[in-house]
Design a protein around this ligand. Structure first.
Ligand code: PLP
Length: 399
């Protein structure tokens, strides 16, 4: 039973099984402390601190002024689908037909459409642990089952073809990969991804690759899964690299044979993605926007380098430098045996908000915390100093 305004109602088992995103609890408490006058350094938020680039905002405003207020086709604005297809050729040298591109309400919308399309009750979806928590909830909502495969620094916190082969069984239908990953920021190697794609195809399964942090890779970023064997279903978004989180716009690239099914589902679930957001996103690939985004990427890279070294010095263990996204996933077992309590105490006593491992990991969540470098270098430095002071005080108290 759930309760709503004092009235009891039946909450479905499906809904009751969905856990909260704990980072939201941290964020809510941080906001409360700020409203009481406390200064908080935010390293919990998985959202760029930069605003949407001006050329995108202007294109959105223009669309609104021109009366672009009506539904688009469920699969998205044809011009934007073509523009996304062109982007794959220009940036990655991969030709795909615009028919394969589907515009969605965020990549969250894409992931839900895909799970709805691919998963029958009881079907099993293989994914890395730690991973993005919403994925297991999407699978649960559609009555599928998740199989969480423990991964560590040795495989860059990514699945390998050997692991997929080891865990694959008669109920397995789908393998989900995020690269760069949230929470670890690590990227899967091209060869490994190819081997996984080949294995999944040979076994009649489907591969989903979430590339939403793809623009935020700090080394060679010229790789995408769109034309690997299968082909895999590739999810992407305007949220992170393009700085459009609140516009709620993403896309995916699907096999031509899947477009009809996705269209039927999208018509029923969402009708269409936001029209002004789609017109705004047409400017996302312009040279002027790209210049702004590349500068931001460089700033993120510098923040990563600084924070990585500072965390090691404080006693966190990070065995592998993450190649992308804006996260550092750190082993804190040398400093605490309970990462949730540690994160809460850091917030309460040091004014630093970070995310505990229980949001991402099923295995050993108490060992891990995630730092997001989605705030200025100055703020990151302030956060580091506060953590240092907190740890020094703790060790003094223990002595
Ligand atoms: C790996 C991953 N996939 C998907 C999403 C959903 O993002 P959006 O719906 O804003 O595109 C997120 C958000 O943090 C994410 O980290």
């Amino acid at each position: 039973m759930g309760r709503y305004c004092g009235v009891s109602f039946h909450e479905s088992r499906r809904a009751a099984a969905i856990e909260p995103f704990y980072v939201m609890e941290i964020l809510a408490r941080a906001r409360q402390l700020e409203s009481e006058g406390r200064s908080i350094v935010h390293m919990e938020i998985g959202e760029p601190d930069f605003d949407t680039p001006q050329p995108i905002v202007e294109a959105g405003v223009k669309a609104l002024r021109e009366g672009r207020h009506h539904y688009t086709p469920a699969l998205g604005l044809p011009e934007l689908r073509s523009r996304v297809a062109d982007h794959y050729l220009e940036r990655y040298g991969e030709w795909i037909s615009a028919e394969r591109v589907v515009i969605t309400p965020g990549s969250s919308g894409a992931l839900q459409l895909l799970v709805a399309l691919l998963v029958d009750p009881g079907d099993e979806v293989l994914m890395a642990d730690p991973g993005y928590p919403c994925n297991r909830h999407f699978v649960r909502l559609f009555e599928g089952k998740t199989l969480h495969i423990p991964v560590g620094a040795d495989s860059g916190f990514q699945l390998t073809a050997d692991l997929v082969a080891q865990y694959w069984n008669a109920n397995s239908r789908v393998v989900m990969i995020s690269s760069p990953s949230n929470p670890t920021g690590t990227v899967i190697e091209r060869g490994e991804l190819e081997r996984i794609a080949a294995f999944v195809e040979q076994h009649g399964g489907t591969l989903i690759v979430d590339e939403i942090y793809q623009g935020l890779i700090y080394g060679d970023d010229t790789v995408t899964a769109v034309n690997l064997p299968g082909p895999p279903f590739v999810v992407n978004s305007f949220s992170k690299y393009y700085g459009m989180t609140g516009w709620r716009l993403g896309w995916m690239v699907v096999a031509e044979e899947a477009v009809g099914g996705v269209d039927r589902l999208a018509q029923n679930l969402f009708l269409a993605p936001s029209t002004p957001a789609q017109y705004a996103a047409l400017a996302a690939f312009d040279a002027a926007t790209e210049e702004i985004l590349q500068q931001r990427r460089e700033r993120f890279r510098r923040r990563r380098d600084m924070l990585y070294l500072a965390l090691l010095e404080l006693g966190f263990i990070i065995e592998r430098v993450p190649e992308g996204a804006f996260y550092l996933y750190a082993d804190c077992s040398g400093l605490t045996d309970d990462s949730s309590r540690f994160a809460m105490n850091l917030l309460e006593y040091a004014g630093v908000a970070i995310t505990p491992g229980k949001d991402f990991a099923i295995q050993e969540p108490h060992r891990w915390v995630r730092f997001a470098y989605t705030t200025s270098t100055e703020q990151l430095r302030r956060g580091i100093e506060r953590i240092r002071a907190y740890l020094t005080e703790q060790s003094g108290a223990a002595a």
